[in-house]
Design a protein. Structure first.
Length: 481
């Protein structure tokens, strides 16, 4: 039996919109994509179909063409958006978890979530003074095809979809330099009087990594409405956390142009961190405390979401205009705003929890990349923005480290190596600290790279964990009353 026949069997068995009577139609539709002849065999059916398309010159041998065809094929085993939404909300009547289980499984089965690629990521924990941090080296996203980059540069950009978070991506074919989305589905729901979407991240950084996105393509903004939205999402999906990246460059995420939040089923290190000391917030029914965490975080807890929103808004509005020159905290330079927050919401028993992380995106001559950003001496490990996921204690380290840290290991063992020069100071510090052997070098380098990430988070904290920093934090808390 050919790969096309096998795939038709799979489509009909999926019990979506196709029945046995549709067999000939489906066979011809698949052949239109991969060709009528040279049907290949491979243990992986999708690989066989793509190899068939290459043999028949239906696609060129490029990463972009293969991804587009893959998602076109997977669209056949994916129900229409209307059916996915109907099934999701029918299952929601059973429980929110039943609904999300269905959608998460579908998003994996149809290869929208790239489970094989995600499995390549390196991950481990490292113990620090703030508890165990989660370290990952992100190897899942494919390297960009140089030919595709060059070809995309010659294309006229039509601005559709406006960005990769727009709902117009649902079913989009894809193009050079822009991902295929034929098998993409979005759950619609109402949030704050607007239509929002809920989807999973194709290259997830944690379990059930979800994205909640505004139907309207508008810039991210943190305000009272944001806090309301976050708490409403965890009312709708109580098994998930949800948070927002900050809405300023340097301290924000990579997609500031489209209003969205991230969430999922994961308990991050920050969520496990204890309250170091309780504080008074002039809002009834809200418990508040400073979290023992490298980034300056105030935890708000209440059974009343409306009161939590009041407390969060009070902190946010005060922070937006708060300055303390003794610790380099400045709300504005001239007309440029520097202060915002990274808010994270989740449930704990019957209570709602809202962690408010204070952010400041100033730069200086000494720290041109950001005063509260990874400083130059740790950028050999991490120099990118510290966004929502890393704020909570899960490092997303660059893929370059997989090979670079191997070269550091060879250097430490005094073997021939091609270690990058920017690792040398760190490597020499490790050399003076440890006696390295073939058996221990990999574990030590991995752990020490994780400890550097702990320093990265400390750099991003506006009120440091020393006497001066904590007195300044208490001074800010005093301004809230």
């Amino acid at each position: 039996m050919s790969c096309v026949d096998n795939f038709v069997d799979q489509i009909i068995a999926a019990d979506n919109d196709y029945q046995e009577l549709d067999r000939i139609y489906l066979y011809n539709r698949i052949c239109a994509l991969v060709g009528d002849d040279n049907h290949q065999t491979n243990d992986d059916l999708k690989t066989a179909l793509i190899e068939t398309a290459l043999k028949n010159h239906k696609i060129d041998d490029s990463q972009t063409a293969k991804e587009i065809l893959n998602d076109q094929l997977m669209d056949f085993v994916t129900p229409l958006p209307s059916k996915v939404n109907q099934e999701f909300w029918n299952l929601y009547q059973v429980s929110p978890e039943t609904a999300t289980n269905y959608f998460y499984q579908l998003s994996q089965t149809n290869d929208y979530i790239k489970t094989k690629a995600i499995a390549k990521n390196i991950s481990y924990d490292v113990k620090t003074n703030y508890g165990a941090l989660e370290i990952t080296i992100n190897l899942s996203k494919p390297e960009k095809d140089p030919k595709a980059i060059a070809a995309a540069g010659q294309q006229v950009q039509n601005g559709y979809p406006k960005c990769q978070l727009c709902m117009e991506n649902e079913g989009y074919l894809g193009r050079l330099g822009y991902p295929a989305r034929s098998n993409h589905r979005i759950i619609r729901f109402t949030l704050g009087g607007q239509t929002w979407g809920f989807q999973y991240s194709p290259y997830a950084y944690f379990s059930e990594h979800a994205i909640f996105l505004n139907q309207v393509h508008q810039p991210m903004i943190i305000n009272q409405h944001t806090f309301n939205n976050l708490l409403e999402i965890i009312r709708i999906f109580p098994q998930y956390f949800v948070g927002s990246n900050a809405d300023l460059p340097i301290v924000g995420g990579s997609m500031l142009s489209h209003d969205h939040y991230q969430g999922g089923r994961h308990v991050f290190p920050m969520m496990k961190a204890p309250i170091e000391r309780e504080i008074e917030i002039p809002v009834a029914g809200v418990q508040a405390g400073i979290v023992k965490w490298p980034l300056s975080t105030i935890r708000l807890t209440s059974q009343d979401p409306e009161e939590l929103v009041k407390a969060a808004t009070l902190i946010h509005e005060n922070w937006m205009n708060y300055s303390d020159e003794t610790v380099d905290v400045r709300a504005y330079t001239n007309e440029t705003r520097h202060h915002t927050v990274t808010p994270i919401a989740y449930r704990k028993d019957d209570a709602y929890v809202l962690d408010i992380v204070l952010r400041d995106n100033q730069t200086s001559v000494q720290y041109p990349d950001g005063i509260f950003h990874p400083h130059q001496d740790v950028q050999h490990i991490k120099k990118e923005n510290i966004g929502l996921i890393e704020v909570m204690g899960r490092a997303i380290l660059p893929a370059r480290l997989k090979t670079e840290l191997k070269e550091v290991e060879r250097y430490l063992l005094k073997q021939p190596n091609q270690m990058a020069e920017y690792h040398k100071t760190w490597a020499d510090q490790l050399q003076a600290k440890y006696d390295f052997t073939d058996d221990n070098v990999a574990d030590i380098v991995a752990q020490e790279a994780g400890l550097v990430f702990g320093r990265v988070l400390e750099d991003a904290g506006v009120f440091k964990w020393n006497d001066q920093g904590q007195k300044a934090f208490d001074k800010f808390v005093g301004s809230l009353s």
